[in-house]
Design a protein around this ligand. Structure first.
Ligand SMILES: CC(C)(COP(=O)(O)OP(=O)(O)OC[C@H]1O[C@@H](n2cnc3c(N)ncnc32)[C@H](O)[C@@H]1OP(=O)(O)O)[C@@H](O)C(=O)NCCC(=O)NCCS
Length: 179
């Protein structure tokens, strides 16, 4: 029994799960630009694309997941890895579910798959970060059992922010979840 009630036992039959490959990179780049509901405008889309270069599909494919439809169009993806530096930690770098496929348990199914992979590799915690303006991501991660780590200040909604985490003006929200 999984911890999260809505985790799908299996993906719906028309969806196929596999690990991504370098040849998937152009489709991933399209999703990073188009699936974030316009967050950050064109600059935000470019920033997301640059945050997931091809190397993730070359060197982190075994801990990343790709969900596609029978016509091979992309439905959802998760890019994650095992920390090389901290043997306790597994890290989810990016996750996306196509806009028309949300709230159907696909995001939690991908997380559950990643948690299983991380546990099998002896990891005891999963970490990730998100931008303070990505309220959907904060709500989703909270629902998925992640805790918000303390920050150096708290925003108007009570969310703890780590100021300048990724550079000047690039505040982040940090999450951790025990496995
Ligand atoms: C965040 C995202 C991956 C969630 O995927 P999903 O398939 O819709 O999630 P699920 O259907 O598995 O939902 C899991 C739980 O989170 C909740 N949840 C999902 N999106 C939510 C939202 N925007 N606000 C509040 N709760 C949300 C669901 O209600 C569900 O909880 P429940 O079991 O109590 O009903 C998806 O909305 C997405 O791709 N968003 C755009 C990209 C993004 O922001 N990625 C995250 C940062 S990298």
């Amino acid at each position: 029994m999984t911890e999260h009630a809505r985790v799908l036992e299996q993906l719906p039959g028309h969806l196929a799960l596999r690990h991504p490959a370098p040849a998937d990179h152009p489709r991933l780049q399209q999703a990073l630009a188009g699936w974030w509901d316009g967050l950050g405008g064109e600059a935000g889309a470019l920033q997301r694309q640059l945050l997931v270069p091809r190397l993730f599909l070359q060197h982190f494919a075994d801990t990343s997941f790709w969900v596609e439809r029978p016509d091979h169009t992309l439905h959802a993806f998760l890019i994650g890895f095992l920390s090389q530096t901290d043997p306790r930690v597994a890290y989810i770098h990016f996750v996306g579910v196509c806009p028309e496929g949300r709230r159907e348990g696909i995001g939690s199914a991908l997380y559950d798959r990643f948690f299983t992979t991380a546990r099998a590799a002896g990891r005891t915690q999963v970490r990730c970060i998100t931008s303070p303006n990505n309220r959907n991501s904060i709500a989703y991660h909270t629902r998925m059992g992640f805790h918000l780590e303390p920050g150096d200040r708290i925003d108007d909604d009570g969310v703890p922010l780590q100021g300048d985490y990724d550079g000047p003006g690039l505040d982040r929200v940090s999450f951790v979840r025990k496995l």
